[in-house]
Design a protein around this ligand. Structure first.
Ligand code: PRX
Length: 651
């Protein structure tokens, strides 16, 4: 969580360049008009966007049906996501895009593929037929566990073509985490690959699928993309190669005419319990928000080469690598590997090589590059860039300024976009041709989004002031629920305030009403822009036989934003030593994935608790970050525990 004092000392203001504004998709006049309409009548604003930016098979009858907390947008309307991302760029006015690059892909070893809209359409239709051939029907869930290869995009779009909701599991998650998600979503089929490339070597994926599916009764089909050529075992009757199935598939597949509220995908994210939640997004509202925000915020033009560096396993990859840019008819770049392979300038060489014009990444990456040194970006011609974006966590002003100067050559507007897996698309953001930016602030809500900062009692704060970030009115890309758990959906997001969405973030507004996002106020950590629940890591730790009890907190970290610190009571006492620490780190990797591995483990005899037995995380956070505890400790059960914990510094 950034320090509010230092953030609010930030006084620099960057005005949009008049030349940029002149050509912007949304100029000052448009933005003023949309803000007015969005404030007065958000439904009318979103209906206008849905009509302007998407093609519908059947128009809707009612823009919004709101029975809090359940929303339905564009009721009665019918459309298809793959049709909007592909077919309409091949026919009528869009037909000239037929041979335009839809996806420019580069593998980590340097192999490349450029896929045109016509080719992507053909591959998607073929794979949609493959899915049908495997018995997948409208409404069946398909789990995708894949590296960043074009087949992932093809599989996603093929799912949308036939109305089979996909659930993508990030390739860094472990077999156990994969199995939990497969079970929770009730998947019928898993699409995977032998592996992918990372840090110069192939990593395995199929093996994790085999482990996840051992003795599994529901999933009886697995399709495997051959990417690395590594040895994999294929289970007879269950596993089939992608390329063999595609060889015989027909390239003709009519898009299903789907209800606007038909489930589009389920994406798991961490919450404040040990069990990740399946966030459900539906078709019409989601696509309306992502296409509109992509056009307006990234100012996408047909001439752009757009690169969002997110992995498709996260929401940013769903909305802004695939659906948003393809619905706009843009060229989207996909890169398979890590940013620093074979050298620390790989990303910058990609920008120069492909002439990237719009670049969207995360503060954690920016901070890593600052540390690696300016000489790496300076080696490459980055002059093609015209707009930069940031997402995933608060960007500290120092990183913002470096991004502006060293990457943007002082000429690119920066859009710092606040949103969440749950919101589907961007909610608070600068509009590059119209809004003055301040380093560290996500500025103002997008038109049609009613974001506010509330006091704990539920009163709107008057700027300047801080509190809890909420959204007061439904928006089209909002989650429609937690898969299979309406009760948790209500409790998690809608119980803090009446009929108002509580985001889990704290925020401050300055005199001008600009939003400065302060980070999570719940038990969710943001590690390198990825959400990990403290409870998830705790349940992974206590599932190990040497652990009696565990409490996990985040502490600030210069590069990853937050680092995971685990306080553990070992069953065999605190003399356990480094070996057990290593074992426990590896255990968490196995249970969840490497991103959840604690940076630090501290052994302790007991954890600080209230008299009612609740772990006092606030104290642990202070201890983990080396701060003196300012807070109230009057309810602490055993004061001696605190003193001992301070001594338990990692050695
Ligand atoms: O704490 C906020 C932070 O990331 C959380 C959402 O995480 P996730 O659902 O994984 O989605 C990340 C990508 C959209 C938020 O609750 N966050 C996201 N963007 C920003 C941010 N914090 C500050 N500034 C941002 N621009």
């Amino acid at each position: 969580m950034p320090d509010i004092e230092s953030l609010l000392k930030e006084k620099r203001v960057f005005k949009p360049d008049p030349a940029f504004t002149k050509n912007a998709n949304w100029n000052k006049k448009t933005v003023a008009e949309y803000r007015k309409l969005g404030a007065k009548n958000p439904e009318r604003f979103w209906a206008k966007m849905a009509k302007e930016h998407l093609t519908w098979f059947t128009p809707w009858k009612k823009t919004l049906q709101w029975k809090p907390p359940f929303a339905k947008w564009f009721v009665g309307g019918k459309l298809n996501v793959s049709y909007n991302c592909l077919d309409r760029h091949l026919e009528g006015e869009g037909a000239w895009r037929k041979n335009k690059a839809a996806i420019i892909w580069e593998g980590e070893p340097g192999d490349t593929r450029v896929i045109t809209y016509a080719e992507l359409h053909r591959e998607v239709c073929k794979f949609a037929n493959v899915l049908k051939g495997q018995g997948v029907k409208k409404g069946d869930r398909v789990v995708l566990y894949m590296p960043m290869v074009p087949e992932l995009a093809i599989a996603m779009l093929a799912c949308t073509r036939i109305g089979a909701p996909h659930s993508i599991v990030f390739g860094g998650f472990s077999a156990d985490a994969l199995r939990d998600r497969i079970d929770d979503v009730g998947a019928k089929i898993v699409i995977t690959a032998d592996g992918g490339y990372r840090k110069g070597a192939p990593f395995p994926l199929k093996k994790a699928v085999d482990d996840a599916l051992a003795n599994h009764e529901v999933v009886d089909r697995v399709v495997v993309v051959r990417r690395t050529g590594q040895d994999v075992s294929m289970v007879e009757g269950r596993d089939q190669w992608w390329h063999e199935l595609m060889a015989d598939a027909s390239p003709k597949c009519a898009p299903a005419k789907l209800d606007a509220e038909h489930p589009l995908f389920i994406l798991y994210t961490s919450g404040s319990t040990g069990k990740p939640k399946g966030i459900l997004h539906t078709t019409g509202g989601y696509l309306t928000q992502v296409v509109t925000t992509t056009k307006a915020i990234f100012d996408l033009k047909d001439s752009d080469v757009y690169w969002c560096t997110a992995d498709i396993g996260w929401i940013t990859g769903h909305s802004y690598v695939i659906y948003g840019p393809l619905a706009c008819g843009a060229t989207t770049l996909m890169y398979e590997g890590v940013p620093v392979h074979p050298g620390p300038d790989r990303w910058w060489s990609l920008i120069a090589k492909w002439g990237v014009t719009v670049f969207y990444t995360a503060p954690t990456a920016i901070r890593t590059f600052i540390r690696l040194g300016d000489e790496h970006p300076k080696k490459h011609d980055l002059s093609s860039l015209r707009l930069l974006g940031s997402v995933g966590e608060p960007i500290n002003p120092e990183a913002w300024i470096w991004y502006h100067k060293i990457i943007g050559g002082k000429k690119c507007p920066i859009v710092d976009t606040w949103w969440q897996t749950e919101t589907g698309g961007v909610m608070i953001t600068p509009l590059p041709g119209a809004v003055d930016t301040k380093p560290g602030s996500a500025t103002l809500p997008f038109p049609g989004i009613d974001a506010e900062v509330y006091t704990e009692e539920g009163d709107p704060t008057k700027p300047p002031g801080g509190g809890l970030l909420v959204v007061r009115k439904p928006w089209p890309g909002m989650l429609r629920g937690i898969w299979g758990d309406p009760q948790r959906f209500k409790e998690q997001y809608w119980s803090q305030y009446k009929d108002t969405y509580f985001a889990g973030d704290g925020a401050h507004r300055d005199k001008q009403g600009y939003f400065w996002i302060m980070g999570r106020i719940d038990d969710v950590m943001n590690i390198s822009g990825h959400r990990i629940g403290t409870m998830e890591v705790e349940s992974a730790l206590v599932s190990h036989s040497s652990v009696a009890e565990a409490a996990v907190v985040g502490r600030p970290d210069d590069i990853t934003g937050t680092a995971i610190v685990a306080f553990v009571s070992p069953t065999g006492g605190t003399d356990a030593g480094d070996e057990l620490k290593q074992t426990l780190r590896a255990h968490v990797s196995k249970e969840i994935g490497a991103i959840a591995r604690p940076a630090e483990i501290r052994f302790t005899d007991a954890l600080p608790k209230t008299r009612s037995g609740k772990i006092m995380r606030r104290l642990l956070r202070d201890i983990a970050s080396g701060k003196e505890s300012k807070g109230d400790t009057s309810t602490l059960e055993d004061f001696s525990v605190l003193a001992k914990l301070r001594e338990s510094d990692e050695t």
